[in-house]
Design a protein around this ligand. Structure first.
Ligand SMILES: Nc1nc2c(ncn2[C@@H]2O[C@H](COP(=O)(O)OP(=O)(O)O)[C@@H](O)[C@H]2O)c(=O)[nH]1
Ligand SMILES: [Mg+2]
Length: 341
C-alpha cells in the first residue's frame, strides 16, 4: 500500500498580519507612565516662556502683563516726571521672573518695548524689534552649533508677541499694519484690542470684525496660523479662535476688589466694577486661557519649528552651509577638521 504523502500547503497570497501584542496577555507594560515621567522632568527642569508686548505708550501693556500673571512681573510705567527724558528710540527691556505653580517652575521673561510708535515719524520703527527677535535666534543657533553644547540651551527666543491695538473704533493705523506685516513672518503675533472698557458692546464687536477683515485683506497671518494646524481637531479649535475671538478685546488691572464676597481683579468706575476675569465684561480670561492653558506649548513649538527654523536655514544658506560661529569655523579650519550639522 502506498502511503499518502500530504501535499505541501500553498503559501498564503496575502502576507500574514503582524501579530499584535495584546498587553492584556502580557500584563501591564506601563507605556502610559511616559506622561508621568515627562511631568517629573518638567517639574525638575522647569521651562522658559518669553512674551513680548508691543504697542503705543499708555495702551495698558504693563498693566495687562501684570494681570496675566497676577503678580508684578512687568515694571509699571512711572508717573510723569518732568526731568525724565522721552526715549528717542524704541528701547527694549527684558525682565525675568520665576513663577511657580503646583511645583512647576516657569521662567517667564517679559520683553517690553516702550517708545514704540511714539515718534512723529514712525517709519521703520518695527526694525529694532525685529532685530531683537533675530538676535535671540542667533544666540540660540550659536549655542546649538557649539561642539561643547550646553545640556539645556537657555531659550531667550520670543515665543509670543502681544500687539496692542488702540481702541479707536475706526480702523488699524498704517503703523499697526506695517508692524504686523513685517513681524508676523518672524514671530507669533497675537493682536489684542487694548482698554476694551472704553467701547460699547456694539462698537467692540464691529471693531473686532473690521480688524479681522483688514488683517485678511492685507495678507497678515497672526497666531494661530492656518497653515500650521496639525489636524482636524486643531483646525476646528483654531478656526473658532481666528474667526470669533481674535483680536481679544481686553481690560487689564492689577487691583483687587470685593465683589459678591469674592476678591476679583477689576477696575473701579463711577458706574461699577469692571471685572477683568468676567467674560461678560471683557475677553481677558479668553486670552489668558489661550496663551497659558491651551496654547503655551504650541507657541513654543511653532517658534522652534517654524520661525527659528526659517531663520536657521536662511542663516546657514547665507553662510554657504556653514554655521555662523566664525570662531568655531576658523578653529576647525586650522585644525583641518570638518563637521556636519
Ligand atoms: N480704561 C482702562 N485703562 C487702563 C487699562 N489698562 C491700563 N489702563 C490704564 O492706562 C494707563 C497706562 O497703563 P500702562 O500699563 O502703564 O500702559 P503702557 O504704557 O502700555 O505700559 C494707566 O493709568 C493704567 O491704569 C484698561 O484696560 N482700561
Ligand atoms: Mg509700560
Amino acid at each position: 500500500m502506498s502511503e499518502l504523502v500530504p501535499e505541501p500547503r500553498p503559501k498564503p497570497a496575502v502576507p500574514m498580519k503582524p501579530v499584535s501584542i495584546n498587553s492584556n496577555l502580557l500584563g501591564y507594560i506601563g507605556i502610559d507612565t511616559i506622561i508621568e515621567q515627562m511631568r517629573k522632568k518638567t517639574m525638575k527642569t522647569g521651562f522658559d516662556f518669553n512674551i513680548m508686548v508691543v504697542g503705543q505708550s499708555g495702551l495698558g501693556k504693563s498693566t495687562l502683563v501684570n494681570t496675566l500673571f497676577k503678580s508684578q512681573v512687568s515694571r509699571k510705567a512711572s508717573s510723569w516726571n518732568r526731568e525724565e527724558k522721552i526715549p528717542k528710540t524704541v528701547e527694549i527691556k527684558a525682565i525675568g521672573h520665576v513663577i511657580e505653580e503646583g511645583g512647576v517652575k516657569m521662567k517667564l521673561t517679559v520683553i517690553d518695548t516702550p517708545g514704540f510708535g511714539d515718534q512723529i515719524n514712525n517709519e521703520n520703527c518695527w526694525e529694532p524689534i525685529e532685530k531683537y527677535i533675530n538676535e535671540q535666534y542667533e544666540k540660540f543657533l550659536k549655542e546649538e552649533v557649539n561642539i561643547a553644547r550646553k545640556k539645556r540651551i537657555p531659550d531667550t527666543r520670543v515665543h509670543c508677541c502681544l500687539y496692542f491695538i488702540s481702541p479707536t473704533g475706526h480702523s488699524l493705523r498704517p503703523l499697526d499694519l506695517e508692524f504686523m506685516k513685517h513681524l508676523s513672518k518672524v514671530v507669533n503675533i497675537i493682536p489684542v484690542i487694548a482698554k476694551a472698557d472704553t467701547m460699547t458692546l456694539e462698537e467692540k464687536s464691529e471693531f473686532k470684525q473690521r480688524v479681522r477683515k483688514e488683517l485678511e485683506v492685507n495678507g497678515i497671518e497672526f497666531y494661530p496660523q492656518k497653515e500650521f494646524d496639525e489636524d482636524l481637531e486643531d483646525k476646528t479649535e483654531n478656526d473658532k479662535i481666528r474667526q470669533e475671538s481674535m483680536p481679544f478685546a481686553v481690560v487689564g488691572s492689577d487691583k483687587e476688589y470685593q465683589v459678591n464676597g469674592k476678591r476679583v481683579l477689576g477696575r473701579k468706575t463711577p458706574w461699577g466694577i469692571i471685572e477683568v476675569e468676567n467674560l461678560n465684561h471683557c475677553e481677558f480670561a479668553l486670552l489668558r486661557d489661550f496663551v497659558i492653558r491651551t496654547h503655551l506649548q504650541d507657541l513654543k513649538e511653532v517658534t522652534h519649528n517654524i520661525h527659528y527654523e526659517t531663520y536657521r536655514a536662511k542663516r546657514l544658506n547665507d553662510n554657504g552651509g556653514l554655521p555662523p560661529n566664525k570662531k568655531l569655523c576658523a578653529s576647525l579650519k586650522r585644525s583641518g577638521e570638518g563637521f556636519n550639522l
